[in-house]
Design a binder for this molecule. Sequence first.
Ligand SMILES: *[C@@H]1O[C@H](CO)[C@@H](O)[C@H](O)[C@H]1NC(C)=O
Ligand SMILES: *[C@@H]1O[C@H](CO)[C@@H](O)[C@H](O)[C@H]1NC(C)=O
Ligand SMILES: *[C@@H]1O[C@H](CO)[C@@H](O)[C@H](O)[C@H]1NC(C)=O
Ligand SMILES: *[C@@H]1O[C@H](CO)[C@@H](O)[C@H](O)[C@H]1NC(C)=O
Length: 547
Amino acid sequence: MLLSVIKCKLVFVFILFTVKSSNGLNATTIVLNKTLTWENKELYNSFIILKANSTLQVNCVNENLNISFITFQVHSHLYNITLYNTTNVYGSSVYGTNVGLYSAVIPKIDTFFIMNQNEIDLRVHISVHGYNKYDPIPGGCNMEFPVPISPYLRAKYNTDYILVDAAPAKDPIDDECNTTDKLVMLFYKMYLPEQNFDPNVYFEGIRQMMTLEYIQSYGEYVPDNGLHNRRMLSAYPGVGSIYVAIAFSAVNTSAYSVYVPTYSYACDPLVDGDCEVFDDALSQLICACLLFVGLFVCYFGHRFFKTEMFLIGLVSGGIVTYVLIALMADLTRPALLGASILSGMCFGAIWLLFWWFYGIPVLAVFLATLDVGFLFSAIIYYGLPGGLIALESDVNFWTLFICIMLITSLLLVSMTFLSNILCCAILGAYAVVYSMDYYLGSNLKYIIINTIRRAVVPKFNRAVLSPPFEWNDSLISLLWIALVISGFLFQHFHNYGRPPFPPPPRSVRPSMPRSMYGTTGPRSGRNPHISRLPRSTVITERSALLA
Ligand SMILES: *[C@@H]1O[C@H](CO)[C@@H](O)[C@H](O)[C@H]1NC(C)=O
Ligand SMILES: *[C@@H]1O[C@H](CO)[C@@H](O)[C@H](O)[C@H]1NC(C)=O
Ligand SMILES: *[C@@H]1O[C@H](CO)[C@@H](O)[C@H](O)[C@H]1NC(C)=O
Ligand SMILES: *[C@@H]1O[C@H](CO)[C@@H](O)[C@H](O)[C@H]1NC(C)=O
């Protein structure tokens, strides 16, 4: 018994010893002597290297008489650190990549400890901001965060959206926190270059979102979607985004304070392959196929009309099935994709058969124009600013969406032949762009993905889309436009002098209405024999068979 107690004690002492020796404690003193301006209340900033498994003690010496409290913030890239004052206990320590604590200046500023529990040395950025007694205290009316006064933001993400939370700020004239409405919280965000996980780029971004003057020039306002101190943003995995909140006093407009900025890549760059949008083999395969199918449809879609009919049916049926299954069951993406492709194929086959037997061009083309209408509505949704309360309601949103889709479709369908060529060019080019997008890491694929999220993801009506638009996005948009124009012109001239639509192979209707295109006017002069002869022979041959 005694022996075991002694053993226990020995083990305990041993653990204590190892903890102490590995947690090498270094100390540094920083002098807060910068003069503050209204837009820039940063008292101190610097980069510091934190050794693996070590703690740095930071003492602050204040030389600025006007400030009444400070926020002490530490930013690290990807790896979590712990920041605490005095003791590392629950309620006085913060764990994360972008951490910050509040400290009053009187009687004296707290001593802060920054702990790096990781096995590697970390470069961190330290910044201290000072505020006067009229400024709101960021996170001062906190109810949910573990630290009583929590001036930092929390960012959480899943595959579809990012949530950024702040604790309400406290107006200095209100000790009880019952007038939080006297304060206005504004959120800002900034995108980092797409698919760029470089720490220098990250730290530069953080620096640009720290003081009011920089936030106003680099940040983009994130509208309030009725979520008070929370913002919901559509996730673009692999695109770093930095968020910050500013609390303004509504009474005294010159008083404000800035929260500790935070960031999210909407994925974990430390986990291999996590930042790829399509991480499963099936999605990657589909993406590769899309490139070739897209080029084919863009340049030859109308010429190979039956193939086009099948593909249009496949895509429309696939999207509808995807949304319906995702709404009803909780499946993984490969399973969902597999199911929608199978169902899409059936749909494509049905659509092809429909053309095969009935051959009504207007109806056949209608589905293609509907798809273009869908894409057009999706582009409008993609470009909408957030915060439109009327569109948060699903009924309003989908009514408007379908109206735009139908109007586009009806406008297009009124010129059957040309519209089919145009639809082929637009949809084919988008398929090419979609798969190029995957390889270039740009964001045009989210035109469709965001719309599907809106349909499938619960509460996505509150999300602000505000997609990043950087140089590779503009490049790929130009590519899209170039493909559409070249595809349209190519098909137009390629089908010059041909009948507008090939005859349906086994039409059960008496005969196809003959269009004027290619039969009269100067155009027919080009090669009337070649263009008309095969068609009439085919028809007589087939109709004889049918009769
Ligand atoms: C602030 O303090 C540092 C370190 O003591 C000193 O080098 C610097 O000159 C001071 N700056 C001002 C504006 O007083
Ligand atoms: C303190 O504030 C007053 C008035 O706002 C200003 O005149 C003075 O220069 C400030 N002092 C310091 C040390 O910043
Ligand atoms: C950092 O902390 C968060 C939340 O506790 C956790 O999800 C994440 O995996 C941690 N990151 C690392 C690199 O340990
Ligand atoms: C340390 O931080 C906590 C949480 O903000 C606070 O309650 C406490 O007063 C601070 N100071 C000391 C000396 O613990």
